[in-house]
Design a protein around this ligand. Structure first.
Ligand code: ADP
Ligand code: MG
Length: 356
């Protein structure tokens, strides 16, 4: 058995949790200072904590069945402990005193499927430390420290969306976020709609290198258009004189930002679905980050009755697809689409709705 008491020989003194997230609209916009529209998923990461008696931090993950101990002056660990220690170190940089802790992690957020198990781990850890140590620190600051923990201690150059969604979103609402100003707004789902997320089963092998290339192409486009970031352009016509591929890359970002802003006005589920379908076409044709498995899965979702719209979610080149479907139909639709997807020779997995 692997509960806190069995691992650490004492009862936990504090507990906190944080959800994973899925982004419904606003893909590849965050590094262009643009707009995103994620929601929390039902799966959560839970941490339990207690004070450690031996002067060392001890971290344990149920999912990895791994225990890591960190003594004073220890070099930065790799793996899951780096995310947790990063959170501790960031709090110390804020001048909080953090004593040695025992920290136990358990989670239902799928790891490495693009639903942000890393942000859920960071936000849960910071919430747990806030509760154990009675820290006066708000949810936005938690998201910012979580992002810095991931960048500085795990070496992942992530934007702020994942941590803001995990810290501020719930499963009943969408979180609109302006990634430049951090202005945000919690808005309801389009009426009569719920979310389905299906993992395509295709690993995101090319995602890293193409991601960097796309970032560079967007920066070139912004430079040619004489703006700080593509978010400063609202008219897609403005890109027409750019060379290729910068023209199409910029067109994706600008139209995607516009789609998020339209959704923010409060549109019907049907219109929201159309915006998601247009987002997928733009990611496939202009941004060129889709692959055949994602296109197949998205098309199967789009042609299913009760589905308002669907698109790939996350960086692309594998990972998951998200769909907006009629309330109450998520389970039946995802089961049906998964069967058809498997019959075409792929091995996918339904992530939302959660199947018990
Ligand atoms: P994701 O899309 O799920 O965020 P990442 O590669 O960004 O994928 O983060 C996954 C990493 O986060 C894991 O390799 C692990 O180091 C850490 N992690 C997430 N959840 C857990 C957990 N429950 N236990 C231990 N480590 C976890
Ligand atoms: Mg992550």
């Amino acid at each position: 058995m692997t509960n806190f008491q069995q691992i650490f020989g004492a009862l936990p003194e504090a507990e906190a949790s944080a959800p994973g997230r899925v982004n419904l609209l606003g893909e590849h916009t965050d590094y262009n200072d643009g707009f995103v529209l994620p929601t929390a998923i039902p799966q959560r990461t839970t941490v339990q904590l207690g004070l450690s008696k031996d002067g060392q931090h001890h971290f344990y993950s149920v999912e990895l069945d791994e225990r890591v101990s960190i003594s004073e002056g220890h070099h930065t660990p790799s793996g899951f402990a780096s995310y947790i220690l990063g959170c501790v170190r960031l709090l110390e940089q804020e001048e909080y005193t953090v004593p040695s802790v025992n920290l136990h992690v358990t989670s239902s957020v799928p790891i490495g499927s693009g639903l942000s198990s890393s942000a859920a781990l960071e936000v849960a850890t910071l919430r747990g430390l806030r509760s154990l140590l009675n820290l006066d620190i708000d949810d936005v600051r938690i998201a910012q420290l979580a992002q810095q923990a991931e960048i500085q201690y795990s070496g992942v150059q992530c934007g702020i969306m994942d941590q803001m969604a995990s810290s501020l979103a719930d499963t009943e609402h969408l979180l609109f976020l302006d990634t430049r100003s951090l202005d945000r707004q919690v808005i309801p789902f389009p009426s009569g709609a719920e979310v389905v997320v299906i993992d395509s089963g295709v690993p995101r092998t090319l995602a890293g290198s193409v991601y960097n290339q796309r970032r560079a192409e967007c920066e070139e486009a912004a430079h040619l258009l004489r703006v700080k970031a593509l978010r400063d352009i609202t008219d897609p016509q403005a890109v027409e004189d750019l060379p290729e591929p910068q023209r199409r890359r910029a067109r994706h970002v600008i139209t995607e930002d516009n789609r998020v802003l339209e959704a923010l006005q409060g549109v019907s589920a049907e219109r929201f679905g159309e915006l998601m379908n247009a987002s997928h076409a733009s990611l496939r044709d202009d941004y060129e980050v889709s692959v055949p498995a994602l296109d197949t899965l998205v098309e199967m979702l789009q042609e299913t009755s009760g589905v308002f719209g669907a698109r790939l979610t996350g960086a692309g080149f594998g990972g998951a697809c998200v769909a907006l479907v009629a309330t109450g139909k998520g389970e039946a639709i995802s089961r049906d689409v998964m069967e058809r997807y498997m019959r075409s020779g792929y091995t996918g997995r339904v992530l939302v709705p959660e199947v018990s």
